[in-house]
Design a protein around this ligand. Structure first.
Ligand code: KIV
Ligand code: ZN
Length: 515
């Protein structure tokens, strides 16, 4: 593959993705995701924003130490202290990149930076030169390029390339552009900047109008050779371009694109599940590529067509993106070895025999309530709190009484730091009563920002997967829980969120702790 045929995939799940409300991750969780991205052959992993907090610095350093086959990147504003911090965090990397940025749109320069355009250019050039002191792989982004003046973009980009930038990333920071506009912007920049052949042009699109993927692909058609994206389209506000949609569109439409990524696409679904379970952001069932319905054919006409010739209604093969053909996996009579080997096949490993034992006990409990256990059930099981015995809050039992015409009541027994507590409360509904009973013990005063329930598989015995978003002292976390009883799933999700709040120091939101 020549360099012009290669579409570089730059994943920013650990940096921009983490800027989604509640998506903050611990270093250990980031490492887990980074290893998964490396397995997928992602070219560049943006591991974080080292100056943002000591936790972010440590995470970037840990990823730089653990990842060998992908380039590890750290974000830095165009400031000496940011760049030095990024350079320091990236020291252990086999291959490192510093990504430095400064805003270039009139609205940002005037109101946010309060700087004149010439001073912005000067600062950008100085930042790129300083970054080159740490690595010869330097990316520059003119933030809010999508609303910047074309001539000014040409001037600043020409000068940062002369200063040593090797990748020029064009962000549509606020998701304002339309596909034909954004593609043409990137094409014209490449055509008009005299030294554009000395750098790779990249795009970074936000999804405020639902156009992040379309805008990115339009730019690829005009010569961009790097796309910045995230697993499941996670990211600030409405998110970033979704990695799976970019990669599969380019791969599926090789009749149109003259480049392709080098990704192992069979890792896409496992990566999507991992990110969803770590961040607590569920994947909507109709999400392209990774949604539960992405390859499900409901209508009889479609089913008939697919059975006769798959291509009638399918443009991709489910197994090419990592959906396993064998979906009904285990049942009540399956043993420990079958359980362990199915999870190994799904790339889930256990840190200790006791972790395996507690997951197996939870599996047996579930198999008593549910006839067929699907891969999705297993994922929910091992990502749930049952698998982790070190948590502050653990659900021991819950009893709920809900009858027509009567006020629902919940009685809960929790273990808090190893001690048992019991509480009861009424509520507007059974879930409300359960949350209030938990709060009698936890006294967190956290504000509930989001509550959602999804069915993990089909059928009335399916597990419900609940997501709860809590805010406490400006820290936002997502908790998730699954159970065949959705009130129990809700209580588990609430406790999972409380556990995440209790290690909030490790999850400081990068934007809140930014210097
Ligand atoms: O959206 C944006 O502009 C960014 C930059 C830091 C590239 O995330
Ligand atoms: Zn962004």
């Amino acid at each position: 593959m020549s360099s012009n045929d290669h579409l570089i995939i730059f994943d920013t799940t650990l940096r921009d993705g983490e800027q989604s409300p509640g998506a903050s991750m611990t270093t250990e969780e980031k490492l887990h995701i980074a290893k998964c991205l490396e397995r997928m052959n992602v070219d560049v992993i943006e591991a974080g924003f080292p100056i943002a907090s000591p936790g972010d610095f440590e995470s970037v350093k840990a990823v730089a130490t653990a990842v060998k086959d992908s380039t590890v990147c750290g974000l830095a504003r165009a400031l000496d202290r940011d760049i030095d911090r990024a350079g320091e965090a990236l020291k252990p990397a086999n291959s490192s990149r510093i990504h430095t940025f400064i805003a270039t749109s009139p609205i940002h320069m005037q109101h946010k930076l309060r700087m004149q355009p010439d001073a912005v250019i000067e600062q950008a050039v100085a930042a790129v030169k300083r970054a080159r002191g740490f690595t010869d792989n330097v990316e520059f982004s003119p933030e809010d390029a999508g609303r910047s003046e074309f001539d000014f973009l040409c001037r600043i980009i020409e000068q940062v390339i002369n200063a040593g930038a090797t990748t020029i990333n064009i962000p549509d920071t606020v998701g304002y552009n339309l596909p034909h506009q954004f593609g043409s912007l990137v094409g014209r920049l490449i055509e008009n900047i005299p030294n554009s052949d000395k750098a790779i042009f990249s795009v970074h699109c936000h999804n405020d109008l639902g156009l992040a993927v379309a805008n990115s692909l339009s730019a690829v058609l005009q010569g961009a050779r790097q796309v910045e994206c995230t697993i499941n389209g996670l990211g600030e506000r409405a998110g970033n371009a979704s990695l799976e949609e970019i990669v599969m569109t380019v791969q599926t439409r090789q009749d149109v694109f003259t480049c392709n990524s080098r990704l192992d696409t069979t890792q896409i679904v496992p990566a999507s599940r991992l990110v969803s379970s770590i961040t607590g952001f569920p994947v909507q069932p109709n999400k392209a590529i990774v949604g539960a319905n992405a390859f499900a054919h409901e209508s009889g006409i479609h089913q008939d067509g697919v059975l006769k010739a798959r291509e009638t209604y399918e443009i991709m093969r489910a197994e090419d993106v990592g959906w396993s053909a064998n979906r009904i996996v285990l049942g009540k009579h399956s043993g420990r070895n079958a359980f362990r080997s199915r999870l190994e096949a799904l790339d889930v490993s256990f840190r200790s025999e006791s972790e395996l034992n507690s997951a197996f006990t939870a599996f047996k409990d579930l198999a008593d309530k549910k006839h067929e256990i699907f891969d999705e059930d297993l994922f929910a099981l091992v990502s749930g709190e049952d698998a982790n015995s070190e948590e502050k809050f653990k659900l021991l039992s819950l009893s709920v009484c809900s009858r027509t015409g009567e006020t629902p009541n919940a009685e809960i027994v929790l273990s808090l730091d190893g001690k048992e507590f019991t509480a009861a409360s009424n509520g507007g509904g059974p879930v409300d009563a359960a949350f209030k009973a938990i709060e009698v013990i936890a006294k967190s005063e956290a504000v509930l920002q989001l509550y959602s329930v999804n069915s993990i598989t089909s059928g009335t015995d399916a597990q419900g997967e609940v997501t709860v978003r809590l805010e406490q002292d400006a820290v936002i976390v997502n908790g998730s829980g699954a159970d065949v009883d959705i009130v129990i799933a809700s209580a588990k999700a609430y406790l999972n969120a409380l556990n995440r709040l209790s290690d909030a120091a490790q999850r400081a939101h990068p934007q809140l702790s930014q210097v």
